[in-house]
Design a protein around this ligand. Structure first.
Ligand SMILES: Cc1cc2nc3c(=O)[nH]c(=O)nc-3n(C[C@H](O)[C@H](O)[C@H](O)COP(=O)(O)O)c2cc1C
Length: 368
């Protein structure tokens, strides 16, 4: 998560530090974590069509930006996608459901990027069963450009308040084939309450809150050293770190002013939402979860194409005891009996937001 200037100020609860930070402008303009953003610039620059497609795939959305993927190249035209067992969210994603969705996003973005470069992809999920690779891909030539591929570089998860502006019916109709879209005022109001209350459970439950705080990267040096997780960077946040206001300790302390301001800002953001997009599945197998990820990625590219912003808000879908009531409420409202809600996202008009960090492709290649 890259916090905006507005959110940064809110996090520390006022404008005093902003005024002070002006003096340090020279230092602050050097705060972009360029190394962590380099994979965005390298995308599409590889000769091997597999590496080329992978260089885009790794820009896919994924839970907490853990980037839970590893890839081995096989022969001259195949590759295998593996789940990186070290990347896990035991508190908020105990069954690795969201991790699998992230891997589905990766696969779909890989297929789209390969197609745009003229390569069709023959994909086999779990070729050796669930203990082995997540997928084997065979690039066969003869691929075609899907128009959604044009939006890979501009796609974001937009973690900002959205404009108070209804979605035009024509856009809702375009999206309706890809997800369940909720725009009715009563439904939207219920979902605002649900997502907000579920978010509060997550930040007030020690083990889930700690999981997030542990994944926070504070400032350029930490982000460049670990280009994943929740990135707290940029000039304003770094000035707050220098001032000792924003710290790992404060973020883990519900009594701190910074924590409380962050909660207030999240409440405002979650309520500034005119619509929601939901993906459900009849089953909840690993294949269903991968399919949900592929569909979410396509939806996110389509919203990008339509000038809309999309932001996953997964708290109410998480499978740990403290969340059980909100999980049940989300399923009662959004899914038929026995179905699983795989993704729930805010949908609307949002600002342009920065790219998020990624590990370079080379760090993700393994021999296997
Ligand atoms: C399965 C899944 C669940 C996610 N849940 C949340 C969430 O609850 N809150 C949130 O702010 N972002 C969520 N995200 C978005 C990720 O944080 C985001 O994809 C990642 O930080 C990379 O940023 P980007 O999508 O802008 O490239 C989720 C993404 C996926 C794929």
């Amino acid at each position: 998560m890259t916090l905006s200037r507005r959110k940064a100020l809110a996090l520390i609860g006022g404008g005093t530090i902003l005024a002070a930070s002006g003096a340090a402008a020279g230092f602050l303009t050097t705060r972009t974590p360029r190394e962590a953003l380099r994979p965005w610039g390298l995308a599409g620059g590889y000769d091997d069509p597999r590496l080329n497609a992978l260089s885009y795939a790794l820009l896919a959305p994924n839970p907490h930006n853990l980037q839970p993927w590893k890839v081995s190249l096989q022969g001259s035209d195949r590759l295998r996608l593996w789940r990186d067992e070290e990347k896990e969210l035991p508190a908020t994603d105990p069954y690795d459901r969201q991790i699998m969705i992230g891997l589905g996003c990766f696969l779909e973005q890989m297929v789209l990027a390969a197609g745009a470069a003229g390569q069709a992809v023959d994909l086999t999920l779990f070729p050796e069963g669930e203990g082995g690779p997540v997928a084997e891909a065979h690039l066969t030539g003869g691929g075609r450009m899907d128009p959604l591929a044009a939006h890979i570089m501009a796609r974001r998860s937009c973690k900002e308040p959205f404009e108070d502006r209804a979605l035009p019916a024509a856009l809702v109709e375009e999206l309706a084939g890809m997800a369940d879209i909720y725009t009715d005022a009563a439904d939207v109001a219920r979902l605002k309450t649900l997502t907000w209350e579920a978010w509060v459970v997550e930040v007030m439950t020690p083990k889930t809150m700690t999981e997030s705080v542990d994944l926070m990267r504070f400032g350029k040096a930490e982000i460049n050293a670990n280009p994943d997780g929740i990135d707290l960077g940029g000039p304003f946040l770094e000035s707050l770190m220098l001032a000792g206001v924003l710290s790992r300790a404060a973020q883990g302390d519900p009594s701190s002013r910074g924590f409380q301001e962050g909660v207030r800002m999240y409440e405002e953001m979650l309520h500034a939402t005119p619509a929601y997009a939901v993906l459900t599945s009849k089953g909840n197998s690993r294949e269903d979860q991968i399919a949900a990820g592929r569909n979410w990625l396509r939806l996110n590219l389509k919203t990008t194409a339509l000038g809309l912003a999309l932001h996953p808000v997964s708290q109410a879908l998480q499978e740990y005891p403290e969340m059980a009531g909100h999980y049940a409420a989300a399923h009662a409202m959004l899914a038929a009996e026995g179905e699983t809600v795989q993704m729930l996202g805010r949908l609307g008009y949002g600002p342009t937001t920065p790219r998020t960090p990624r590990w370079p492709l080379e760090a993700k290649l393994i021999d296997a």
